[in-house]
Design a protein around this ligand. Structure first.
Ligand code: EPU
Length: 340
């Protein structure tokens, strides 16, 4: 029988290291326990909130009403071979980087560019995690989910997940009542290096890097840009990189000819917000005594130790206001707010 506790402080379950108590809290280690916990919540009329690795959320200081479920389902990896590819299924509670490390050791290509991303396997499809030229949508074939309203397990194909830039069906209002239980990735036994990202392209120009060399290079690049999430309160990129209309981009480019950009489609362009925070607003490494922009990467906010969720939210909102005032760009959080 799943154990349900009361008044559990959530701070220690989030990488930003803030957050008040969950009214009720359960760690679930199997599908059966998940269903039991949700059944209990339904009987008692409690809302259900799901926590994965807690690496992309800002939990309110007042805490969260209802039942918070911490996913700790870690089933064995199942591997099925076929046409040079292998399907790897991992439980939602597994640490994503353990999966990446294991795949690299086994000579399976596909996840290596996503090395050292904090968080759990189950969180990767929700925000379509991406880094260094790869997004999980490129390798996910399907996900197994649990519908917390109907109390049913289902399988969603990649297209049903409706992946977008740091976005998926699971972030929409209709998608909110599904919990990811396991994720299946299609990995490749033959070398398939993805070296489009400029730092990797420069490093490996004209060479054929081994799988482990790519993982090592990504870890090295990341270590310069991101603080260690095990010791410093952070949620990685706090904001999404804004996608703006080409007309707006052309006007901005007149003012800031150096501004980097990525093509999205015929009408839209994506701008690295870190560049605006750093080169336009001079805010890299700045902030208050409690919360600020990391000195290695301006898009990363850090909790300097004693910040509350309210202070982090206020600081983030002050940054988005400054960006709007200076450039006219609307910025969205990448981090999910919980309990606000
Ligand atoms: N830049 C600056 N100042 C900075 C940092 C960056 O001017 O302080 C400039 C860089 O020179 C570069 C551009 O901004 O031209 C982009 O920077 P970077 O390559 O570091 O990546 P990013 O756009 O800030 C995105 C993802 C990261 C991912 C990296 C690498 C988002 C919101 N962020 O950041 O993902 O690791 O690319 O692929 O898409 C995350 O989502 O949590 C995350 C960490």
């Amino acid at each position: 029988m799943v154990r349900i506790e009361q008044n559990v402080i959530l701070k220690d379950y989030t990488t930003l290291q803030v957050g008040g108590p969950a009214e009720y809290f359960a760690v679930v280690t199997s599908e059966k326990e998940l269903d039991e916990a949700v059944g209990h919540a339904q009987q008692e009329g409690l809302a259900v909130t799901v926590l994965g690795g807690g690496s992309n959320m800002l939990v309110s200081d007042e805490g969260v009403d209802g039942l918070v479920v911490k996913m700790d389902i870690n089933p064995e990896l199942v591997q099925e071979a076929g046409e040079g590819t292998v399907l790897v299924t991992a439980g939602a509670g597994m640490e994503f980087d353990d999966l990446v490390a294991r795949s690299v050791q086994q000579g399976l290509w596909g996840l290596e560019n996503l090395s050292h991303i904090p968080g759990s396997v189950g969180a990767t499809p929700v925000q379509n995690v991406g880094a260094y030229g790869v997004e999980v949508k490129d390798v996910i074939t399907h996900v197994r989910v649990y519908d917390t309203l109907a109390r049913k397990f289902e399988v969603f194909t990649a297209s049903e997940c409706q992946f977008g830039y740091r976005d998926s069906f699971f972030k929409t209002p209709e998608g909110k009542h599904y919990v990811i239980v396991s994720v299946t990735y299609r990995l490749c036994q033959d070398p398939l290096p993805k070296l489009i990202y400029k730092d990797l392209a420069a490093l490996f120009e004209g060479t054929k890097p081994a799988l482990s060399e790519i993982r090592d290079a990504v870890i090295e690049i990341r270590s310069k840009k991101f603080p260690n999430w095990k010791t410093v309160g952070t949620a990685g990129s706090f904001f999404k990189n804004p996608i703006i209309l080409r007309e707006q981009f052309v006007k901005l480019q007149e003012q800031y000819p150096e501004m980097p950009y990525y093509e999205v489609d015929a009408t839209r362009v994506k701008i690295p917000l870190a560049w605006i925070l750093d080169k336009v607003l001079y805010l890299k490494g700045e902030g208050t005594t409690k919360v600020g922009q990391y000195a290695g990467q301006a898009l990363v906010l850090i909790n300097k130790g004693a910040a509350t969720a309210t202070e982090i939210a206020e600081h983030a909102n002050s940054l988005t206001a400054k960006v709007k005032e200076k450039t006219g760009i609307d910025v969205q959080w990448e981090v999910t707010k919980i309990g606000f």
